[in-house]
Design a protein around this ligand. Structure first.
Ligand code: FEO
Length: 394
């Protein structure tokens, strides 16, 4: 575990969780994660920015001991989720004079979830600052990155932003800084797709708000620190923009080969039209990769057989997740098969109600695909190309 002075008087005091493979018992973490915390030593007072996941509390306390932290005046809680707040009770026990600094909404959640006493808090408002002596902490209320109570902390004297979840990446690495590493970019994109994408419009507003701040260092609470802030700010401007790419995301399941035949033919049809296609066999795929593809793609086409009277359950899961993630996808369609009937198409369409998509006529076929069915797929691929041309991305 490294403990490094990232600026004079600012110490990295986070914990790496190399082995964690699932977050919220839902999100795959192929590269583990980190719970970053920071000690800021002012000329008069010392503060801690966020804490760590409860499972890592002992390791965290040991780090603080090694850093020689004997007194803590403030504990800044940017976010109430347990991976950053879980050690607050242990920290308050170790440093009984420390005051938890946060906004009203976050205070309420910390009291509800962790039982932190009312008199342990200093409530702050948007734009308010507190002094550590020669350093000042300024608070930026930024709801929905990732919960309604989230806020960012800015340290003007060191031009450093502590945005907690925002700009984070689930990436455990021995390197403290992101530099312009493509691996960090990919991890940050996965993180954006899985956690931030539903709040795209909120984040766009926050990015605008951040423009007036002079930022040299972005120190998030997951993954490496951004020593070139434009690296992640530009990426977020791109991901949150309304621009989509000439790409089709194709999650599918095949049980007896009919959908597989449709999918393979359809992939070739899209490639022939110079449309990038991202197929995901849902029986094998890491759902995070599906989420990443949804960040940019103009179109989603879902492939499914009919099970009983509806879509395959794995397809239902993918459709539910896609709807929850609210990607900026513009067009949607379905390709699938059935034996004797069902409401597969209707069920899937109703499941995508959060998406502002135009539906392109689905191709549902009876039994194994015949020549005329494959022609229908060519028509669907032509229609997708036309739609992509209409919005100027081809
Ligand atoms: Fe890293 Fe929303 O917690």
């Amino acid at each position: 575990m490294s403990t490094i002075e990232i600026k004079p008087g600012i110490l990295y005091s986070g914990v790496r969780d190399w082995d964690r493979r699932l977050f919220d018992e839902l999100i795959p973490l192929p590269d583990g994660t980190t719970y970053n915390t920071y000690i800021i030593k002012g000329s008069e007072k010392t503060c801690l920015i966020d804490t760590v996941d409860p499972a890592k509390t002992d390791e965290f306390i040991e780090i603080l001991n090694k850093l020689g932290i004997r007194k803590l005046d403030y504990l800044i809680a940017n976010h109430a989720e347990q991976d950053h707040s879980g050690s607050i009770p242990a920290i308050l026990e170790k440093f009984p004079d420390a005051v938890v600094v946060t906004n009203t909404k976050c205070k309420g959640l910390l009291m509800d979830m962790l039982g932190v006493a009312d008199d342990k808090f200093l409530e702050i408002k948007d734009g308010q600052s507190i002094s550590l002596g020669d350093k000042n902490l300024q608070f930026i209320i930024a709801p929905w990155v990732h919960w309604p109570e989230t806020m960012l902390t800015y340290l003007p004297e060191d031009k450093t932003l502590f945005p907690c979840d925002l700009f984070g990446s689930h990436l455990a690495t021995s390197k403290l800084y992101a530099d312009r590493n493509p691996k960090v970019y990919e991890s940050a994109k996965r993180y954006y797709a899985e956690i931030m994408m539903p709040f795209r419009n909120n984040i766009k507003n926050h990015l605008e708000k951040l423009q007036k701040f002079d930022i040299e260092l972005i120190a998030p609470s997951h993954g490496p620190i951004y020593n070139h802030p434009e690296f992640i700010l530009d990426a977020y401007r791109d991901w949150t923009s309304d621009t989509v790419k000439n790409e089709v995301v194709l999650p599918y399941v095949s049980m007896h080969g009919s959908v597989e035949k449709l999918v393979q033919f359809f992939i070739d049809a899209l490639i022939q039209r110079d449309i990038t296609v991202h197929p995901f066999n849902l029986t094998k795929t890491d759902i995070g990769n599906l989420a990443i593809s949804l960040v940019d793609a103009a179109t989603i086409v879902i492939g499914t057989p009919t099970v009983l009277t509806g879509p395959h359950p794995s397809v239902i899961y993918a459709a539910y997740l896609t709807n929850a993630l609210r990607p900026k996808t513009r067009f949607a369609s379905i390709i699938g098969s059935y034996g004797w009937g069902g409401r597969t198409k209707e069920v899937l369409i109703s499941m995508l109600s959060n998406l502002k998509v135009e539906l392109i006529e689905p191709v549902m076929i009876k039994g194994y695909p015949q020549e005329e069915n494959l022609k229908q797929l060519n028509i669907l691929a032509d229609e997708i190309l036309k739609k992509h041309k209409d919005i100027g991305i081809v």
